[in-house]
Design a protein around this ligand. Structure first.
Ligand code: ASP
Ligand code: MG
Length: 423
């Protein structure tokens, strides 16, 4: 295959300039894969582009560093945590620079700090404040491929700071924005965003385009293809994210503004279906229906840093009491039940219930803002299959239902068909 032609098609309107490509952990997981990335970069460079490559740590390196840390302490100082887990990206960046030099490509690896990535003074999950481009530009001018460590920057003291797990995507988009690139290619082990998880729904279709808003919803619903903040950053600076596979040259999914997607894609009300099987439901029965009850319960959960997602309150007919139910990550269920039990005692509630056997099915689509009846259709489809809806929540572009976990996959499948999302 003539690679030159393939890349020329992929960047039709772009004048030869700087491209920013990000490779995820699986794409740089072994020395062979790093060499593969080097060869891919070589092809892009041969077409006349200046290339900045942002890398994640190899494979599971970051998790392994955290395991190692837990052998020393359960409560690391956050500064040392950042010092430690930022090292994974330094390994992959240096190795990629070496692999490039091995095939005759001048190259240099830069840490976040060396590349001018400046963050807030907050450990573990800082935001990127600015990117001082002097060094990157100097190195590009000398004809080098610049390899930058994702996931890190430096604070006002010059200390290494990380920007939250999965943050390399955000590093790449921020660098693309600073360099005024139009597109940021994010190479990963999937070849794009699908209408549903293809492992659950074999007829799921790869989307050519999806809007920032829809992508953010899908990301927050558990589709872990992209760091949500990278999508936020792309939408602010008008960068197109091209999410694609590092194993071939196929086009993946372009993430763009809703306005652009609207012009390019046929208008479907529902664009994607997400399934979150890692939730649990907790409920509190017969609490006083008066101001302050919800504040007390959810305040107590917040203090314990338990993230609450859906909340439902039902009022008893004529009575002065109510039931409340909410969902949490399944790993937090035990803690949530303990906190809720304590509040229940104080409020003289009659009981606390919990159910780990639930799942959340969500429809996402920007067309829902204007199309009436999407929720009604969803409920109808589920009822025809005998799937009971335990909780419902909606936003402008999303409808979520909590169902029994053993019916979650079935729900995805029937909804996928009913909303015409198949290939
Ligand atoms: N290596 C970091 C992590 O595993 C950052 C990233 O991969 O995006 O969270
Ligand atoms: Mg990632």
């Amino acid at each position: 295959m003539n690679q030159g032609v393939v890349f020329a098609i992929i960047y039709p309107a772009m004048p030869k300039g700087i491209v920013v490509h990000k490779y995820g952990g699986t794409s740089v997981g072994t020395p062979e894969k790093i060499k593969n990335v080097a060869r891919r970069v070589q092809k892009v460079k041969a077409l006349g582009y200046d290339v900045v490559v942002v890398v994640s740590a190899m494979g599971q390196t970051t998790d392994e560093l955290i395991d190692l840390m837990h052998k020393i302490t359960e409560d690391p100082h956050p500064r040392e945590y950042d010092q430690l887990i930022s090292t994974g990206e330094q390994v992959s960046a240096a190795l990629l620079a070496m692999a490039l030099m091995e095939i005759g490509m001048p190259s240099i690896s830069l840490t976040g700090g060396q590349a001018g990535v400046v963050t807030e003074d907050i450990y573990k999950k800082a935001r990127i404040k600015e990117i001082r481009l002097t060094r990157i530009k100097e190195e590009l001018k000398e004809g080098k491929v610049v390899v930058v460590t994702g996931f890190q920057g430096i604070d006002s003291k010059g200390d290494i700071i990380t920007i939250g797990r999965g943050g390399s995507d955000t590093s790449a988009v921020a660098i693309a924005a600073a360099l005024k690139a139009e597109v940021c290619d994010i190479y990963t082990d999937v070849d794009g965003v699908y209408t549903a998880d293809p492992r659950i729904e074999p007829s799921a279709r790869k989307l050519k385009y999806i809007s920032y808003e829809e992508m953010l919803e899908l990301a927050s619903l558990g589709a872990q293809v992209l760091h949500p903040r990278s999508v936020e950053c792309a939408s602010i600076y008008g960068i197109t994210i091209h999410l694609r596979s590092s194993l071939n040259d196929n086009e993946g999914t372009y993430i763009k503004s809703a306005k652009e997607v609207d012009k390019l894609e046929k208008k479907e009300v529902v664009r994607g279906i997400a399934l979150d099987e890692n939730i649990a439901k907790v409920g509190i029965l017969n609490v006083p229906d008066k101001p302050g009850t919800a504040a007390k319960l959810f305040g107590a959960l917040a203090i314990e840093k338990i993230n609450v997602d859906m909340i439902v309150q039902s009022i008893h007919s004529g009575g002065s009491q109510a039931d409340m139910a909410f969902t949490v990550d399944r790993v937090d269920m035990k803690k949530a039940v303990a906190v809720t039990q304590k509040v229940a005692n104080e409020l003289k509630a009659t009981g606390v219930i919990s159910d780990p056997e639930v799942a959340k099915v969500s429809l996402v689509g920007i067309g829902m803002v204007t199309a009436a009846g999407t929720a009604a259709k969803m409920f109808e489809v589920l009822s025809k299959e005998g799937i009971n809806i335990q909780m419902i929540s909606t936003s402008e572009i999303k409808i979520s239902c909590v169902v029994s976990r053993d019916q979650g996959r079935k729900a995805v499948s029937v909804l996928h068909k009913a909303f015409g999302l198949e290939k």
